[in-house]
Design a protein around this ligand. Structure first.
Ligand code: AMP
Ligand code: MG
Length: 358
């Protein structure tokens, strides 16, 4: 973990890319407050980075001194590590992986965090009319296999994976905090929401420790806390199709989550088709339409899941994007045509912390 103190300096835009991950958002914090700004009295800007969940988690915070900054960030990163031990599908011993090994029909008690995340996922599945679906684990595995072998799954394999997916097969019982899989071979995949959830949790830890002027970037998922002292918000750069892909824009916001999803880096080319890592639950295949979505929402848990869902909805030219955003989330949907031209659509309503007029 690194600690930088650069009071008064402008943070250069960071093209965040690490661990082979697919990240489209770049970010920049506005300058630390000018000397004499009463709100900023005694606060300095610190930036701390640590690898988690297959990407880099970056914390920018304003604190009285380096020791306090480091202690708070260490606790925030520890929170992320604990959540990863619950949610990772790369760790055979994580709670979700162990859950996947239990026989169908068994009511399995789970941690409060996993139950909370699954309840939120279920709400988002309903709001997005099934576009967001954490039960797609078996289908995501087929996509990963296709990326490795450069062969599409057979119809039979897709049929089997679909039978082992679907929100209707996921039973949550709040009375005893248990999860029951109703179909054989089910496996959860939390890749579309876990980083946003972890960024929110890390930010909450910083706030709990009295450092609200902070932001947590988990790759392309950002949890923004209170603005840098003396500033209206954090200046964020969005690069929906990667840093060289065009469509970049910047915005200023505080107290919101911001996420960007798309096929900028996670895709596989097979027989002339470009299959994104984002799966359309209707076809059980990766999206083949070049779309990306940025969502600004009251939390990173919401922005993360809704950005994934908006790509599915936009690629299928389906209605429902505005509906799933409710009245406090904004989505920018980017489409790239064959000539590389990018168009942008705006959906939903601006959340209170978004200061830019999008
Ligand atoms: P994100 O980068 O947040 O858009 O999440 C993409 C990841 O979410 C994929 O790599 C899968 O692990 C998972 N995923 C893919 N399709 C879906 C979907 N339709 N609903 C929920 N999660 C998905
Ligand atoms: Mg997501």
């Amino acid at each position: 973990m690194r600690v930088h103190s650069r009071p008064g300096a402008t943070l250069r835009p960071l093209a965040i890319a690490a661990g082979g991950s697919w990240l489209f958002a770049a970010l920049a914090a506005l300058r630390a407050a000018a000397p004499g700004d009463s709100a900023a009295a005694g606060l300095e800007r610190y930036e701390l980075v640590a690898p988690h969940m297959g990407t880099l988690f970056r914390i920018v915070l304003f604190a009285p001194d380096a020791a306090e900054a480091k202690a708070a960030a260490t606790a925030a990163f520890a929170r992320v590590g604990a959540l990863n031990r619950i949610m990772s599908d790369y760790d055979a011993d994580s709670e979700v992986m162990r859950l996947g090994r239990r026989p169908a029909g068994t009511a399995v008690p789970v941690s409060a965090e996993l139950f909370d995340l699954l309840q939120r996922s279920q709400e988002i599945a309903v709001a997005t009319e099934g576009a967001f679906d954490v039960t797609l684990g078996p289908v995501v595995r087929l996509w990963r296999e296709a990326r490795r072998t450069h062969r599409l799954p057979s119809e039979d394999e897709v049929r089997v994976a679909r039978r082992a997916s679907g929100q209707a097969n996921l039973c949550l019982n709040p009375a005893d905090r248990t999860v029951t899989f109703l179909a054989r071979g089910m496996q959860l995949d939390l890749g579309g929401i876990a980083k946003g959830y972890a960024a929110d949790a890390a930010l909450q830890e910083l706030v709990r420790r009295g450092l609200p002027h902070a932001m947590v970037a988990a790759g392309g998922d950002l949890a923004l806390g209170a603005a840098p002292p003396g500033r209206p918000g954090w200046k964020i750069e969005i690069t929906p199709f990667g840093s060289a892909g065009g469509g970049a824009l910047s915005l200023v916001a505080a107290n919101v989550g911001i996420s960007t999803s798309g096929d900028a880096e996670q895709f596989v080319d097979i027989a002339g088709g470009r299959y994104s890592h984002i799966i359309d639950p209707v076809t059980a295949l990766g999206l083949t339409t070049p779309v990306a979505a940025t969502v600004i929402a009251p939390s990173a848990t919401l922005s993360d899941s809704l950005a994934t869902a908006c790509c599915v909805l936009a690629a299928g030219a389906r209605q429902g994007i505005a509906r799933c955003l409710g009245n406090s989330a904004r989505a920018l949907v980017f489409r790239r045509d064959e000539s590389g031209r990018i168009t942008r659509e705006v959906h939903g309503s601006s959340p209170p912390g978004l200061h830019s007029n999008l």
